[in-house]
Design a protein around this ligand. Sequence first.
Ligand SMILES: [Zn+2]
Length: 214
Amino acid sequence: MDRLIEGYRRFRATTYRSNSQLYDDLATKGQKPSTLIIGCSDARVDPAINFDTAPGEVFMVRNVAAVVPPYTPDGGQHGTSAALEFGVKGLTVPNIAILGHAKCGGIKALVESDPNGPAKTDFIDSWMSVAAPARKVAFARAESEMKEGDLPHVCRLCEMANVRIGLANLRTFPWIAEREAKGEIKLHGLYFDITKGELFKLNELNEFEKVATE
Ligand SMILES: [Zn+2]
């Protein structure tokens, strides 16, 4: 905790001081983020650092494995869906991005799990079951590539499939689908590879394309 407090003091003396007008505006006028990002809780993939964002620029939702559940208004406690509702209806964000990443522990657990076996965790298995279709897609693709036993490769395929399925699930939210149809909101799929510091973006062909660094 001491390191965090020290970091806070540095932030206060530098970033906060040099952006005092911006912080003042954000405090008085409220937030108007340009993008809602759904990312993983993984400590190595911090969207604010990776995208070098300014305060107030991104409305961030982080959960295990950057999973987006389908629209299920059943009275349950849906944290990610609540954040989506607030970001879309309350803040009218013009962009939603799902940020998958390499070496994702949640996806690895899903890939290694037995889909028909009993849950081994209180919450994680149930949460990751939302991404079960991505596991299926990944194994099918690995099989077609004759790389079925290559676990890291299956995980990478699953991490990417999870982003595509998350985008499909976003479109099950009627107020997202309506806004997308009207051109008021754009959905994006992103994938960050920590091993090389590379960012990939889903293109019109639904394939991940490396983003140029210059
Ligand atoms: Zn992760």
